[in-house]
Ligand binder design. Structure first.
Ligand SMILES: [Zn+2]
Length: 483
């Protein structure tokens, strides 16, 4: 009996236990559920879950911050909306790309390179196809063609390239007090040099008068004739009406020893801004950089007035070799900086060429090339090519020392000297005369240059009357004619 009662009691007890256990389980489930809801909910607002594979793959601490921001909006978009947004962004980037292209083309036209500008736009390849399907680009080309059609051959100022001026200078005097100090070479400086202020005045005056710098390689071009033979023809330089193309060159850009301490730059260097500039040694021996000669002065002038240069042309730098080049004594293998200087000249020459400058041979020894023998010219030229040409690169321009031409002929060059120089690659031959003179033959160009130096200004001012009003040019610190 007790057994029966006892069994019944135990059954009742275990029933109660089951109910309590069930109750507890429900409570636990509720607690866990609310905890999950609250905690997870919090986490969702702070750390949105990443939808793309990339952000999941990069789910480390470094990337979390960025992904959080990037994906806040993204999270609310459907896949289609996200695709549409991406497409919109791509289209906007392409529109910007085309606008930039038109701007770049317009910059080319500042120096009259309309053909280059049109070509640039025509080279465009968009996602949908070539330039012709984009109205902005088609319109830009129409505008360029129209502007180009207003240009005239040689600015209408000349009927032939043979009338172009070619002016030349030596190193500019940067410190008048040192150059004109009355010592034995100040007379020579007064005759053959121009001061930086005179050069600036000349460029300003020529610019205002419509002059535009051109390269001799645009003035006369080598083309193939019907028999496949190369021959020179006049370049077709188109400029706005009233513009006057001219060529500029500078001789002996070597910074010779005799000029030390006389107020000239000492060498050409690349400045911290990556542009070519000059170094000059001051009286106290300190070295400064600045615009002490033609290269940095003209570069800055053209940067300010891009319409002073046709297609970015600057001038021709004529180098001898007997005291190295550009102010570096690359002629002397015993110099402790010989190898380093050669590398520097190569780099400086590269930058100069990229800035529109060209190089010419001015012979190695600076001797009269008419008077000297064929053998001398041959040795001299080989040495120039070896020691200078190897650093500044190939050139087909020869500027005669003292302006003395190899021949006096008014016909076609016929001498052995000419044939040798032609074989060595020279095509452009430059002497000196008081007015423009030029021969454009099938196989070469012979063009004289006008000196814009102290002698021309003080002794033959009438020769420069067509170029400027000398009263506005001559440096008040220049001595009177003293030779
Ligand atoms: Zn010279």
């Amino acid at each position: 009996m007790t057994d029966k009662r006892g069994t019944r009691k135990r059954r009742r007890n275990s029933k109660r236990l089951v109910i309590i256990l069930l109750f507890e389980l429900i409570l636990l489930a509720l607690l866990a559920g609310s905890y999950f809801l609250i905690y997870k909910g919090k986490n969702d607002t702070n750390t949105p879950k990443h939808n793309n594979d990339n952000s999941q793959g990069n789910n480390n601490e470094d990337n979390n911050d960025n992904n959080d921001i990037d994906n806040t909006v993204d999270d609310q978009l459907t896949d289609e909306e996200r695709e549409a947004l991406k497409e919109q962004e791509r289209l906007q980037a392409e529109i910007k790309e085309r606008e930039d292209l038109v701007e770049e083309a317009k910059r080319l036209t500042l120096s009259y390179d309309y053909d280059g500008a049109i070509e640039l736009i025509k080279s465009y390849k968009g996602n949908e196809g070539g330039y012709e399907i984009y109205p902005t680009l088609v319109k830009a080309i129409e505008d360029l063609e129209e502007a180009k059609s207003s240009l005239v051959l040689y600015g209408g100022s000349y009927t032939s390239v043979t009338q172009f001026n070619h002016v030349f200078f030596h190193s500019l005097i940067a410190d008048n007090s040192l150059a004109f100090d009355g010592d034995y070479d100040s007379k020579g400086y007064n005759m053959y040099m121009t001061t930086t202020s005179e050069f600036r005045n000349m460029m300003q005056s020529m610019y205002e008068d419509g002059y535009v710098l051109v390269s001799v390689h645009d003035l006369a071009k080598q083309v193939e004739d019907e028999n496949g033979k190369l021959k020179f023809v006049p370049g077709e330089i188109y400029l706005p009406p009233g513009k006057k193309p001219f060529v500029l060159s500078q001789d002996d850009v070597n910074y010779y020893d005799y000029m030390d301490g006389d107020g000239f730059a000492s060498r050409i260097v690349i400045g911290e801004d990556g542009k070519p500039t000059c170094e000059m040694i001051l009286k106290d021996g300190s070295v400064v950089q600045g615009d002490f000669d033609i290269i940095p002065i003209l570069d800055a002038f053209v940067e300010e007035h891009p319409d002073f240069s046709y297609k970015g042309a600057k001038g021709i730098l004529a180098l001898t070799g007997y005291e190295g080049s550009l102010g570096y004594r690359t002629d002397d293998p015993t110099s402790p900086t010989y190898e380093q200087d050669k590398e520097t000249v190569k780099k400086v020459a590269e930058v100069l060429k990229a800035n529109g400058w060209e190089f010419a041979s001015h012979s190695y020894n600076h001797r009269d090339m008419r008077e000297k023998s064929f053998e001398f010219i041959k040795k001299d030229t080989e040495r120039w090519l070896d020691e200078v040409g190897s650093l500044v690169g190939p050139t087909d321009i020869l500027i005669f020392p003292y302006g003395v031409d190899i021949e006096t002929t008014m016909g076609h060059y016929a001498s052995d000297k000419y044939h040798y120089l032609k074989e060595k690659g020279f095509n452009y031959f430059h002497g000196v005369d008081s007015k423009p003179w030029m021969h454009l033959k099938d196989d070469y160009v012979r063009m004289t240059r006008r000196p814009l130096d102290g002698q021309a200004m003080l002794e033959f001012p009438e020769r420069l009357a067509d170029l400027f009003n000398l009263n506005e040019i001559i440096d008040p610190e220049r001595p009177a004619k003293n030779w």
